[in-house]
Design a protein around this ligand. Structure first.
Ligand code: FAD
Length: 377
């Protein structure tokens, strides 16, 4: 199939990656984003791009710009104890026939800029400040009722509208909401220190601290804090609450605590949520992807990676099949178990960090996921 007119709802990492992948396969692609511009929907600091994310980005011509703008690491990671003593290496799995690094770190704004530039370069029509009120499926199209009162027909619609998706209700019978996993992530930018040459994790008594290089001079520090959802500190208490969580730490985290924790306004605190929507991820001419069907906690740096992979596989299957239902079926089939493994492993790592799964081997679980992710898409 090609030459179909496809609407993508949502201009996040997944939406833009999918738009480019579909356009490169010959489809006529329009993307709508409810925010005003490419940067207004971005939260957060930096992003981990594991090798499988880079492989998917490479398929749409975006891996090298990320590597050029980011920090390609020579190894996946290492684990330290609360005092800063080395415990174990965490090994990645190389992907044969590529020379991509085990992981790259990049800032979210740069990643978004790269994805947006590529989508525009290949000819995707991007409409900001645009959303929809309703989707009405006909025999041979979907009529999209936009919020400004206009309507337009598309052959297919892709819901890439994130974890609180409004497109989801047109596809899934059950009403799904993501589950808060009892942890929230503090993240701050810090200068790149020489020892941050891979993902460094430091186990605390109640949560995991970590470091990721995201540029030539820039890194970010994160702390996964155990927290009731309604216990979120006020915006003017972020710094003091983070410092309190970090009190037990020596080693690199102790140094960051003492020298580099910025003011409240520069600290990002986000709840961690998990969800895996039951298959199939499509109904009629509408299909879902990214966080709208798999909300991935951050423990393995795989949420955006999975959204990008979704886009590449969706474009490949739509190109391959003459019938969109067959394409959507193959897409769900290839994506579901992979995403489920990641969501479930992240939930278990979160429980282990909180002391709820003492016998869980988080290093082995991480290595297993990285091995599975290195397999063909
Ligand atoms: C603390 C934290 C750290 C993370 N770290 C990493 C990491 O290091 N590596 C990694 O791979 N992943 C990470 N993730 C996960 C990653 O951020 C997400 O999985 C990824 O951004 C999902 O992309 P998406 O495009 O599916 O959804 P989103 O990024 O949520 O994008 C959805 C877009 O749709 C738009 N939208 C929503 N509704 C509408 C509508 N009705 N009309 C028009 N537009 C709409 C939104 O404005 C938004 O721009 C992390 C997540 C968290 C919470």
């Amino acid at each position: 199939m090609s030459n179909q007119k496809i609407l993508i709802i949502g201009g996040g990492i997944g939406g833009f990656a999918t738009a480019t992948a579909l356009k490169q396969q010959g489809f006529d692609v329009t993307l709508i984003e409810r925010h005003n511009d490419m940067h207004s929907s971005i939260y957060g600091v930096g992003i981990i791009q594991p090798i499988n994310a880079l492989r998917a980005l490479d398929a749409i011509g975006c891996a090298q710009p990320c590597i050029d703008a980011g920090f390609p690491a020579n190894a996946w990671g290492a684990m330290y104890d609360v005092d800063g003593n080395f415990l174990r290496d965490i090994h990645g799995t190389p992907i044969e026939s590529t020379d991509l690094p085990p992981m790259n770190g990049v800032t979210r704004p740069i990643l978004h800029q790269i994805l947006t530039d590529k989508a525009i370069e290949v000819g995707v029509e991007v409409r900001y400040n645009t959303t929809f009120d309703d989707l009405v499926e006909n025999d041979d199209s979907v009529t999209v009722h936009f919020a400004d009162g206009s309507t337009e027909d598309f052959d297919l619609v892709v819901g890439a509208d994130g974890v609180r998706s409004s497109v989801r209700r047109y596809v899934l019978d059950a009403v799904l909401s993501p589950e808060y996993i009892g942890q929230s992530a503090y993240r701050v930018n810090i200068p790149l220190l020489p020892e941050i040459d891979r993902i460094l994790l430091q186990e605390g008594p109640e949560g995991m601290a970590g470091f990721v290089a995201i540029g030539k001079d820039l890194a970010y520090f994160f702390y996964n804090a155990e927290m009731e959802r309604n216990q979120r500190p006020k915006d003017n208490e972020l710094r003091s609450s983070l410092l309190k969580h970090l009190e037990p730490f020596g080693g690199l985290t102790g140094r960051i605590r003492d020298e580099f924790i910025p003011e409240d306004a520069d600290i990002v605190l986000r709840p961690e949520e998990a969800m895996i929507a039951p298959a199939p991820w499509h109904k009629g001419r509408i299909v879902l992807m990214g966080d709208s069907v798999h909300a991935v906690p951050p423990h393995l740096g795989q949420g955006a990676a999975q959204a990008i992979e979704d886009g590449v596989v969706l474009a490949e299957t739509l190109k391959k099949h003459d019938d969109y239902t067959a394409a959507f079926e193959e897409y769900t089939e290839r994506r579901y178990e992979r995403c489920k493994l990641i969501v479930e492993t992240c939930v278990n790592i979160g429980k282990w960090e909180r002391g709820l799964l003492p016998d869980f081997d988080n290093v082995a679980a991480t290595a297993h996921v990285l091995k599975v992710m290195a397999q063909p898409l």
